[in-house]
Design a protein around this ligand. Structure first.
Ligand SMILES: Cc1cc2nc3c(=O)[nH]c(=O)nc-3n(C[C@H](O)[C@H](O)[C@H](O)COP(=O)(O)OP(=O)(O)OC[C@H]3O[C@@H](n4cnc5c(N)ncnc54)[C@H](O)[C@@H]3O)c2cc1C
Length: 501
């Protein structure tokens, strides 16, 4: 006799809610009956247009080809992030943080070796961009997909219109996976005497009952925080930004970039996300250092849109995480679960890991909470791991101004981050330190080296001495030739986009 399907009720139809609906319905098939409730009046946050390679894993798992979703979502490819103006060290005014990829094995060793030589006072070239293929591809506006004779997989992410991705996933969930979509505003939720959620209560009193509830209600966190009272742990002590202002601009002239721009401004940074048909822009800043009007004016000036008739959207950001993401019969995902500011565009990455890890744990426990504690510890550590890397950007900035100096002097650092920074400045083997701390699963040693090296955190150039001949540096000409040769296998970004339609 087959058992009745688990009734999952998801509150929220933003990207997080629809990703959760698709993954749960896809993974559990007939064993789950999934309903998603959302209020069109409240709407979605509608920002969040850059991803990591995890979004590719998500679409691959659902069996959705790029040609199917990318053109519908005005999506482009993303090789990584270009940081501009975070450092005033000569030669280090900008650097590129590429997604890690198998081909890096051929050149990253030279980069790591050079950073260590330079950290220990030798005159070695140690800017990351020259050593990594995806940086070169981004410079040349080549997309991350090689011809079929190139034998390495390349990791890449996407840029996309958040509203269109939500609509795409909704259509997929409803038409292909049998998810029920209920447009309702939820006014309350009924919690039984054991602390389990029994039902959502819509405006007008209609009850939507379920066995398991997913809180994807955005910053409102209606279930996990409001109904169940799970504490929210703020990261405000070491991540100062708590507001953003966003506005689109026409696409730039010339080939479409395949990188996110992250340019430092007076009191935060501006993102630049190239989509087909428009560019998404926003300024993420600290309201302690700038008011909303000043931030909007600074963003408009930065974009050359001071006099343009384009509306700006102002957003407040709640940065931190709930102590436990899975409480009783409720899982929080997306902004309801937590948010680390968008510098590395990790939010949807965490949504995927959360839902994926939850389904595994829930199934393994026979649809009980047996593995909830282990799951919660893993997700909690993931947030901390990502947060530390983002905090490191601010701590290591070399830019003038009150906001930037306060960040550079910030002493509210985790023990792991202190260990990483100390190891870098002591000239230790940072890759080994990152592995020993067990944090490479959040950011690989190469990413840490890109960040610290990219901001030019090296001894004063005047104090550098020539490298000893018995410890020869890498042949940079060979590195250049290797990267140049590899790059020839990659088509222009615009050609890749044209092939999708
Ligand atoms: C400035 C900024 C930039 C960002 N950039 C990135 C980025 O580059 N990359 C990235 O991955 N992420 C980014 N994010 C995060 C990203 O926007 C979110 O993770 C993503 O959009 C998912 O949001 P969500 O679905 O959790 O919430 P929302 O989009 O806010 O959706 C909440 C849903 O809950 C519903 N709801 C709420 N309360 C009720 C109720 N009572 N009854 C019925 N329905 C209800 C709403 O109607 C809505 O459907 C950014 C966020 C901000 C603030």
């Amino acid at each position: 006799m087959s058992e009745a399907p688990q009734r999952f009720v998801i509150l929220g139809g933003g990207t997080a809610g629809w990703m959760a609906a698709c993954l749960i319905a896809h993974r559990l098939g007939q064993r789950a009956a999934v309903t998603l409730v959302e209020s069109p009046d409240i709407g979605i946050i509608g920002v969040g247009e850059g991803s990591t390679p995890q979004l590719k894993a998500f679409f691959d798992e659902l069996g959705i080809a790029e040609a199917e979703w990318m053109p519908r979502c005005n999506a482009t490819y993303k090789n990584g992030i270009r940081f501009e103006g975070w450092s005033d060290a000569p030669g280090f005014e900008r650097y590129f943080h590429p997604f890690p990829t198998a081909i890096d094995d051929h050149t990253a060793g030279a980069f790591l070796f050079h950073t260590r030589a330079r950290r220990t006072g030798r005159d070695a070239f140690a800017h990351p961009d020259r050593f990594l293929l995806l940086s070169r591809l981004a410079n040349e506006r080549r997309g991350p997909i090689a011809g079929e004779n190139f034998p390495f997989d390349i990791g890449y992410g996407y840029h996309f219109d958040a509203h269109l991705v939500g609509e795409f996933l909704r259509d997929h969930a409803v038409s292909k996976l049998g998810v029920i979509h209920l447009p309702r505003r939820v006014a309350d939720c009924r919690v039984d005497e054991t602390g389990q959620i029994a039902a959502l209560v819509a405006d007008g009193g209609e009850e939507i009952a379920g066995d398991f509830f997913v809180d994807a209600s955005g910053f409102r966190a209606e279930l996990i925080q409001q109904a169940l009272g799970e504490p929210f742990e703020s990261f405000a002590g070491n991540l100062f930004n708590d507001a953003a202002v966003a506005m689109p601009s026409p696409p730039g002239a010339g080939p479409t970039p395949c990188e996110t721009g992250a340019s430092a401004l007076s009191n935060g940074w501006a993102w630049k996300i190239p989509l087909t048909g428009r560019t998404g822009n926003g300024y993420v800043y600290s309201s302690r250092y700038s008011d909303a009007d000043a931030a909007e004016t600074e963003l408009r000036r930065h974009l050359g849109l001071l006099d343009a008739d384009v509306a700006a959207r102002h957003l407040a950001m709640k940065v931190g995480q709930v102590r436990r993401s899975w409480v009783g019969n409720c899982l929080a995902v997306g902004l309801a679960q937590g948010f680390i500011e968008p510098l590395e565009a990790t939010a949807l990455h965490v949504v995927h890991s959360t839902v994926s890890g939850f389904v595994d744990a829930y199934e393994a426990g026979g649809f009980t909470g047996t593995h909830a504690d282990a799951f919660n510890s893993a997700i909690y550590a993931r947030y901390e791991g990502i947060r530390d890397y983002i905090v490191c950007h601010y701590r290591m900035n070399r830019r003038q101004g009150e906001y930037w100096r306060a960040n550079a002097q910030n002493q509210d650092l985790s023990d792991n981050l202190k260990t990483v920074i100390t190891a870098w400045f002591r000239g230790d083997d940072l890759a080994e330190v990152v592995q020993d701390l067990d944090i490479a699963r959040y950011y690989a040693p190469l990413s840490w080296h890109c960040l610290l090296g990219g901001y030019g955190q090296y001894p004063d150039p005047a104090r550098l001495v020539a490298a000893e001949t018995d410890l020869p540096l890498a042949d940079l000409g060979a590195v250049d030739r290797f990267i140049t040769g590899c790059a020839l296998n990659f088509a222009p970004h615009d050609d890749l986009l044209a092939r999708l339609v």
